[in-house]
Design a protein around this ligand. Structure first.
Ligand code: FAD
Length: 404
């Protein structure tokens, strides 16, 4: 099928989908393979519909990591742009922003990936980052540097042609935008979807281009493709140029700080959210009792970490701490049993607990998204359900002790 021309402003100087790869101490994070999997699915469709020349391009910065490029290709990249430099061994946002922006502007890289398709190359067409702490920060600074837009915390993506009439964008005229990345994110705890578009301004008074169309992607949402070691791809070595200003932040010493909350050695986690709001003090006491009966650890949803309720200092310091947040902004856990008490089940929370073996949710609202994520949904208020549950556990334990 022939490429579709853009009606007013050619965006053919924008090419490829760049996926920015994250690693810790040289180890690639799982989210990379998820992003590559989704990039592959999207670009397979793009290649059939528009042009076979546009590629999935992984962008890897690091030191002594060239051997990882083949792995990225086996997971779906058509090409890897690899920037090797001892200064890139550990993530420093200033340096990484500079190098990724250089790569995004580099016509030579695009030329090596798809020579006959790079004459007009200006920037990547699309860019993906991970929506973890590192990727959220990096994506914002890179896109500021590239003077385009960014949609954060995305969990659904579509590439399509769209028609749009907008006062600021199109001077109220109906316009067609080709090859547009529709970026969806869950808002209001997953009850509402927002579609974010990053579109060029075609209004004659404020004409301006917005590419790349970029987003950060919630870890754990997309599936990697099956790795195939026979997949072929291009590796492009990018020569890094840094000046003394870029290296003004130096790493003199490095210490990996272990979280004080040990989720790994507990088989059960009881997490609570804003459902405690009617009587927070008493409800946290109930959670505390359940935790004791089960020998569990306690997790919280993100809003709870902002201390929204008037709670005694002892409970604040015990439970309302950022280290206990489960989700994309906190910890990823995989216990045998996860009990979500008064938690609605927003995508960002689910990403942190979806590997749990067995999930129980306690919630009066059967429309809460957590219902789709649990093995048992107990419809009810925690004030009513928890005392019964705790009492039952006590009785069962007493019976087991008598038997032993
Ligand atoms: C960039 C970004 C990152 C984020 N990262 C995270 C993250 O890492 N972790 C995270 O958790 N969130 C995160 N969020 C927030 C997330 O989108 C949700 O807003 C949040 O998870 C909702 O918290 P909640 O379930 O406690 O509250 P709510 O959504 O308000 O849900 C409260 C639930 O309690 C139920 N309820 C009410 N009364 C009772 C009762 N008496 N007994 C039992 N249940 C009751 C309600 O039916 C409701 O389902 C993030 C958001 C953004 C934008």
């Amino acid at each position: 099928m022939a490429p579709t021309p853009d009606s007013k402003m050619s965006n053919e100087k924008y090419r490829h989908l760049y996926v920015v790869i994250e690693h810790e101490e040289g180890n690639l994070l799982p989210v990379n393979f998820e992003m590559l999997g989704e990039a592959r699915r999207l670009m397979d469709g793009f290649n059939v519909r528009y042009s076979a020349e546009e590629k999935v391009v992984a962008v890897l910065l690091g030191s002594e990591m060239r051997s990882q490029c083949d792995k990225l290709i086996s997971y779906g990249a058509d090409a890897v742009i690899y920037a090797e430099n001892p200064e890139l061994k550990y993530h420093r946002n200033l340096v990484y922003t500079k190098v990724i922006s250089q790569i995004a502007n580099d016509k030579d890289c695009s030329n090596k990936i798809s020579a006959r398709y790079s004459e007009e190359f200006k920037r990547p067409r699309f860019m993906f980052f991970s929506a973890d702490d590192t990727g959220r920060h990096l994506s914002a600074t890179v896109l500021a540097e590239l003077e385009s837009g960014l949609a954060s915390d995305i969990n659904k993506l579509v590439i399509d042609d769209i028609e749009l009439k907008h006062e600021h964008k199109t001077k109220g005229q109906l316009e067609k935008y080709f090859k547009t990345l529709e970026m969806y994110r869950p808002d209001f705890s997953g009850f509402l979807w927002t579609t974010i578009l990053c579109l060029d301004n075609r209004h004659p008074n404020n004409r301006r281009e917005y590419h790349p169309q970029a987003c950060s992607i919630i870890p754990g949402v997309f599936q990697p493709i099956e790795s195939d070691n026979n997949r072929k791809g291009v590796i492009v070595d990018f020569k890094v140029t840094l000046n003394t200003d870029d290296l003004s932040i130096k790493i003199l010493n490095r210490k990996v700080v272990k979280s004080p909350i040990d989720y790994d050695s507990h088989k059960a986690i009881v997490s609570f959210g804003r459902g405690i709001n009617e009587s927070p003090e008493e409800n946290i006491a109930l959670i505390d009792s359940l935790k004791r009966e089960l020998g569990a650890e306690v997790g919280i949803s993100l809003p709870i970490s902002k201390k929204p309720y008037n709670i005694s200092n002892s409970k604040l310091s015990a439970y309302i701490t950022p280290e206990r947040v489960i989700g994309t902004s906190g910890r990823k856990v995989a216990p045998t049993l996860y009990i979500a008490v008064g938690i609605s089940g927003a995508m960002q929370h689910i990403a942190g607990m979806k590997e749990s073996e067995f999930v129980i949710a306690i919630n009066p609202d059967t429309d809460s998204p957590i219902r789709d994520e649990c093995d048992i949904f107990i419809k009810g208020r925690l004030e009513d359900v928890l005392p019964v549950l705790i009492e039952e556990l006590r009785q069962q334990k007493a019976m087991v002790e008598v038997r032993n």
